[in-house]
Structures are given as structure tokens and as C-alpha cells.
Write a protein that binds this ligand. Structure first.
Ligand code: SME
Length: 145
């Protein structure tokens, strides 16, 4: 999946608006196999707002104290959920989603956004995915002020 990092590096241009870069980034991430949703939530205050994504329409606002996304934003850590039904407070945007990974994009110790990816199969995400997406997050953090 090194190709994803390579493509992101080639596509990202800090001179472009954030929305343009994240739109293309969501398209690149959508090449990951066995996923049904991937995209970004942008942190504003203690809330997460839906950003560019690929997939079905999703929740437009998630408070920091709700859902897998809120948990990742609070803990500032990557969260892998093998079975979304077993995560207390999971927000189901799609009944298709069975497992999920959320990776915070952190700059100056502040969560700027999240990468959120859902899969229609259980146990889809592992440490390798986490490492890849954390590398993506490192690249993408440069787009935030
Ligand atoms: N499942 C997430 C909500 C966002 S959707 O997956 C796109 C959560 O529990 O925070």
C-alpha cells in the first residue's frame, strides 16, 4: 500500500485550498481494499465536522464526547474497532460498516482532523493499516495552519 503514500505525496499541494487537497486524498485512500467509507472529519472547537469523503452520506457533526471519532479526537491516538457493535457509543452512519479505523491528524499537539475509514467486514484493520494511515496523517498535517 506504499502506492497510497506515493500518490498522496504527488497530489498534495499546500498552495491549494484544504478542501481540494482533502478531496483528492479521500479518493486516494478509497483504493484501500474492503472498505465502504473513507474520509475526513475536521476539528472545530470540541466538534468534528464532516469533510471530504467517499461513500454514502454521513453524520455531519460529531461532538468530541461521542463515537469512535470523538474517542480518537480526545485520546489523540489511532483507534481500531474490530466490531463496531461492541464499541460503546459507536455512531452508525451506515448499516454496512462492521469495523473501523480512525487516525487523528495532529499538529502542534492539537487535533486538526481525523482520517476515518469503515469496512463492511469485521476485523478489517490491523497495525499495518495504522502505520500507513499515520504516515498519511503526517503528510496531511502540513496542510493545516
Ligand atoms: N462511526 C463513526 C461515525 C462516522 S462514520 O463512520 C462515517 C463514529 O462512531 O464516530
Amino acid at each position: 500500500m506504499k502506492v497510497i503514500l506515493k500518490q498522496l505525496k504527488e497530489l498534495i499541494d499546500p498552495k491549494l485550498p484544504l478542501v481540494s487537497n482533502l478531496s483528492n486524498a479521500s479518493s486516494v485512500l478509497n483504493q484501500l481494499p474492503n472498505i465502504n467509507w473513507c474520509g475526513f472529519y475536521l476539528a472545530m472547537g470540541e466538534r468534528l465536522y464532516l469533510g471530504p469523503f467517499q461513500g454514502e452520506p454521513a453524520c455531519t457533526m460529531i461532538p468530541f464526547d461521542k463515537g469512535v471519532c470523538g474517542y480518537a479526537a480526545r485520546s489523540k491516538k489511532t483507534v481500531i474497532v474490530d466490531d463496531v457493535n461492541k464499541f460503546d457509543g459507536h455512531i452508525a452512519c451506515s448499516t454496512l460498516s462492521k469495523s473501523e479505523i480512525v487516525v487523528p491528524i495532529i499538529k502542534d499537539n492539537e487535533v486538526k482532523a481525523l482520517i476515518d475509514i469503515d469496512s463492511p467486514i469485521y476485523n478489517r484493520f490491523n497495525d499495518e493499516d495504522a502505520t500507513l494511515l499515520e504516515e498519511c496523517a503526517k503528510l496531511l498535517k502540513e496542510l493545516f495552519s
